[in-house]
Design a protein around this ligand. Structure first.
Ligand code: MTE
Ligand code: MO
Length: 351
C-alpha cells in the first residue's frame, strides 16, 4: 500500500496476487447512471439524483478518517493532508455545468450527459500553496483512489492531468454537491472540480496531486480523451488535443421530441446553452437547418448554463425539425455532426 492510497479493507485477492491494495470498490468495474434526456432538463439546477454518474473502474468506499491527499512532484515541500485539514480552508461554492464528454471509445458521438449543479469545497490554489509549487511545474497530475481495468486495459489509478495555467480561483477540491456531502459515486469524501472542463478531468476520490513539467502519460490522458485536432475548415491536422475545455453546446428542452404542435399557435423553443467561457449567441432553426433565427439568451453568469427562448408560430402542417446552435464567446460554433457537441435536433409534427 502506498501512502497515497487509503485502505479500508484490502482487496481479498491481495495475499495471492501481491497487487497494490486500494480501498474496497463497491460496485467494482464500470458503473454509470443514465442521465436525464434533454426534454427532462426542466430545472435550472439538476437534482443530485438526476446528476450523471460515470465511474470507469468502480466506486471506492473511503471514510473521511481514512482519506488522505498527498501533494508531491515539483514542489518545495511535499505534504499529506487529512480531511480535517482540508476542511480548515475557506469554504467556497460554485454553480457550474457538469458534462460528461461521452464514451472515450466513441469520442465523436454526442452523449448529452449534462447537468448544472452547485459544488462546495476549498480552492485548489490554496491547498497547493501549502506545498510551494516550483516554477518548473506546468501540469498537475490528479489521481483517484479507484483502480482496476477499463476496456481490458489495467489501471493502477484513474489518472488525469490539467495545465496549471488553468488554475483559476474556481478550481475546487469539492466535498459537497448541491448542499450535501458528496455521495460515494460522486467522489466522497473529496474530488477535483475544474469548471469549464469536461467532467472526465474532475477526478473523484482525489488522493494524490503530482506537479510535473510534462503531461501525464496514462490511459486516461493520452490514450483516451485525446481528440484529433481540427483546423479552421474542420480537417484533422494530425495533432491530438486533450479533452479539457468544453466546446459550445446546447440542448432543446421544449418542445419534447415527437410533440404535436397546432399550426397558428405559439410554440416556445427553449433550452440551455453553455461553453467554457460562456455562450454569446444562440440561434434556432425550425426548418431542419435551412434558416436560423437569433433566440433570446441569458447573459453568462459564472460557470452556469444559460437559458434560451425563441417564440415560434408554425404555419405549415407536417413534420418539422427544430435545431439549436450555440456560438462560444471565445469563438467556435456547434457543428452539424461528427463531434461530441454536434447540434441537437428535435423532430416534431405541426398539425
Ligand atoms: N477517480 C475517477 N474520477 C472520475 C471518473 C472516474 O472514473 N474515476 N470519471 C470521470 C468522468 S468521465 C466524468 S464524466 C465525471 C463524472 O462525475 P460524476 O460521476 O460525479 O457525475 O467524473 C470523472 N472523474
Ligand atoms: Mo465522462
Amino acid at each position: 500500500m502506498t501512502s497515497a492510497h487509503t485502505t479500508i479493507t484490502p482487496r481479498p485477492d491481495d495475499a495471492e496476487t501481491g497487487v497494490t491494495a486500494g480501498p474496497v470498490l463497491d460496485p467494482a468495474g464500470f458503473f454509470r447512471r443514465i442521465p436525464l434526456l434533454p426534454h427532462q432538463m426542466t430545472s435550472r439546477r439538476t437534482a443530485t439524483s438526476d446528476v450523471i454518474v460515470l465511474c470507469h473502474l468502480g466506486v471506492p468506499r473511503i471514510t473521511t478518517d481514512a482519506w488522505r491527499l498527498t501533494i508531491d512532484g515539483l514542489v518545495a515541500r511535499p505534504v499529506t493532508l487529512d480531511f480535517e485539514r482540508l476542511k480548515s480552508f475557506p469554504k467556497v461554492s460554485i454553480e457550474t455545468v457538469h458534462q460528461c464528454a461521452g464514451s472515450p471509445l466513441q469520442p465523436e458521438v454526442p452523449a448529452r450527459r449534462i447537468s448544472n449543479v452547485v459544488w462546495a469545497g476549498v480552492r485548489l490554489a490554496d491547498v497547493l500553496a501549502l506545498a510551494q509549487p516550483q516554477p518548473a511545474a506546468r501540469f498537475a497530475w490528479s489521481y483517484g483512489a479507484d483502480y482496476g481495468a477499463f476496456d481490458n486495459v489495467p489501471c493502477d489509478a484513474y489518472l488525469k492531468d490539467f495545465p496549471l495555467s488553468r488554475l483559476t480561483e474556481d478550481v475546487l477540491i469539492a466535498h459537497e454537491l448541491n448542499g450535501a456531502a458528496l455521495p460515494p459515486e460522486h467522489g466522497y469524501p473529496a474530488r477535483l472540480v475544474i469548471p469549464g472542463f469536461y467532467g472526465t478531468n474532475s477526478v473523484k476520490w482525489l488522493t494524490r496531486l503530482t506537479l510535473a513539467a510534462e503531461r501525464a502519460d496514462s490511459a486516461f490522458t493520452t490514450r483516451w480523451y485525446n481528440d484529433p485536432e481540427l483546423d479552421e475548415g474542420g480537417q484533422p491536422t494530425g495533432a491530438r488535443q486533450p479533452v479539457w475545455s468544453i466546446a459550445p453546446e446546447s440542448v432543446i428542452v421544449t418542445p419534447a421530441p415527437d410533440g404535436r404542435i397546432a399550426a397558428g399557435t405559439l410554440c416556445a423553443v427553449t433550452g440551455w446553452a453553455w461553453a467554457d467561457g460562456g455562450v454569446d449567441r444562440l440561434e434556432v432553426s425550425c426548418d431542419g437547418g435551412a434558416s436560423w433565427q437569433p433566440a433570446a439568451l441569458e447573459a453568462p453568469s459564472g460557470r452556469a448554463w444559460q437559458g434560451f427562448r425563441y417564440d415560434w408560430i408554425p404555419t405549415t402542417k407536417g413534420p418539422a425539425t427544430l435545431m439549436a446552435r450555440a456560438h462560444g464567446r471565445r469563438g467556435g460554433v456547434q457543428p452539424q455532426s461528427g463531434r461530441r457537441n454536434a447540434i441537437h435536433c428535435v423532430p416534431i409534427t405541426i398539425v
